[in-house]
Design a binder for this molecule. Structure first.
Ligand code: HEC
Length: 142
């Protein structure tokens, strides 16, 4: 009479393993998802990246479906600037960026060519954990 009991327990264990696995695979929980959530907070609440990187409508609202996809800036410097970028690039998914180089960029403010991005892009000096979270969030966007 012991065998069916053991079989039932084995089946239960297997079920737990499968459920656990699919939760991780769907990315609904776990450290990666927490890191992305932290990056989203930094981008939206602290960095305000959307102000410069997301197209807005005439009411100043973000255009749906264009989140962080870059735009022609609607403001300019009031004093002469030696360099000024009037366009922000698409950063949704960080196309063309190596992950570690992007992390370095947000930690130092220096792009892979050793130069800072042109103003008004701020030179962020995030700690590694925050820079990695921002990159994880941006890469999670397509
Ligand atoms: C005040 C406006 C502004 C804000 C805020 C801003 N950006 Fe930018 N960003 C720009 C502009 C303009 C450029 C283009 C700079 C250039 O072409 O040299 C740029 C460039 C970049 C680049 C490409 C840099 C390179 O050298 O290729 C990345 C990546 C980036 N921004 C990410 C972000 C993230 C992430 C945030 C928020 C944490 C952010 N930006 C906030 C305006 C802004």
């Amino acid at each position: 009479m012991k065998t069916p009991m053991i079989l039932a327990m084995a089946a239960a264990l297997l079920a737990i393993t499968i459920v656990d696995h699919s939760a991780a695979a769907s990315g609904k929980s776990g450290p990666k998802q927490q890191q992305i959530a932290h990056g989203e907070y930094l981008v939206k609440a602290i960095g305000q990246c959307g102000d410069c990187h997301t197209p807005m409508n005439e009411k100043g609202e973000f255009v749906p479906g264009k989140w962080l996809q870059g735009k022609k800036l609607d403001f300019a410097a009031t004093v002469p600037m030696p360099v000024w970028a009037d366009t922000s690039p698409n950063i949704a998914g960080l196309p063309g960026w190596d992950r570690e180089k992007a992390v370095q960029f947000f930690m130092t403010g220096l792009a892979p060519n050793g130069q800072p991005a042109r103003p008004p892009m701020p030179m962020y000096r995030m700690n590694r954990a925050d820079a990695e979270a921002v990159v994880a969030y941006l890469q999670s966007l397509k």
